[in-house]
Design a protein around this ligand. Sequence first.
Ligand code: FEO
Length: 392
Amino acid sequence: MGTVELKKGVYWVGAIDWNVRDFHGYSTPSGTTYNAYLIQGEKNVLVDTVKVPFSTELLERISEIMDPAKIDYVIANHAENDHSGSLPQIVDRIGNPVVITTERGKKGLDRYFGRPFNYRIVKSGETLPLGDRTLTFLEAPMLHWPDSMFTYLVEDKILLPNDAFGQHLATLERFEDEVGDAVMKHAAKYYANILWPLAPLILKKVDEVVKLGIPIDMIGPSHGLVWRKDPGRIIQSYVEWSQGKTKKKVLVIYDTMWGCTEHLAKAILKGVSEDGSEAKLLHLRTNHRSDIVEEMLDAKGILLGSPTLNNGMFPSMGDFLTYVKGLRPIGKVFGLFESYGWGGGALKEMKKQLEEAKLELWDKELRVQFHPDADEIRRAVQFGRDFARKLL
Ligand code: FEO
């Protein structure tokens, strides 16, 4: 596919990565895009580049519109390599454009590339007059890295916030209204796996943007589709996700060695669902951790079950909890159950992980030795029932 014009003189010139299936531990079954935007006018500006293997694709798209040598400014909103990876190739092809970034962005780029660029360092609120247009920069530390920055096209009312509001989705469509509601599932997974730990900063940044009173017609993130029809929808969703808005939904997340923990998990699920709560059973080696985390986003209760292996939790549970700890999913209640043979230990280890992460723990626990008998299955159903009631 070729370039796409967002508004007169503002183009998408990025790259589509149809084949990426793992994005630093996040499963991307639908691929992704690396979005770069070209602003053509009295002065020409490229906003962000793409991952290195796609630098030729980026240059080809720019060349469909204009000679890349005519670009005056390259904006590096974020130093991470999926957006700045092609900076050396692009800068060398253009000549010696001014590279606009934050102080921290320069630090990152210096470390990555070990070569100088013709930098202009900007701070929040600074503007860049382009003659027929104005750009305003807004530093957005931790969205996604300390160096991150948003670029706002004042006259066009387009916000280019880099990683914020993105989705990992490779498609020929470029706008969210061309895909419909399906986009929200991709946006939720992206938020849960990338931005969830930054929820307090997101609320602060949204508040700051609202107070600035800047009108936003479009949001062009650095991954996935451009929010054109209703940019307010994704902003509102970010606010709700960051506030920890949940529904009465319970996940029973488990692994099993000989089927005992699975027996308990299914009985617990039965108890949870009796009062009509939405409930899901998620086996840790069948579901990717990043898909489970997406399910967690709007769930109020999480029940974790593990068999005991070598006096500790099952390795898949260790992997999952290590991942979850970093995401800091506050506002949820966690409950624990284990099965064990000769000696326990899984529950103790899971509890330690959750306490270290300062997550809310239900004080009731379920431990069963060997294969659960009929009475223990009844206890497991009651355990699920009690957990669902607690969430009311
Ligand atoms: Fe899409 Fe933080 O890079």
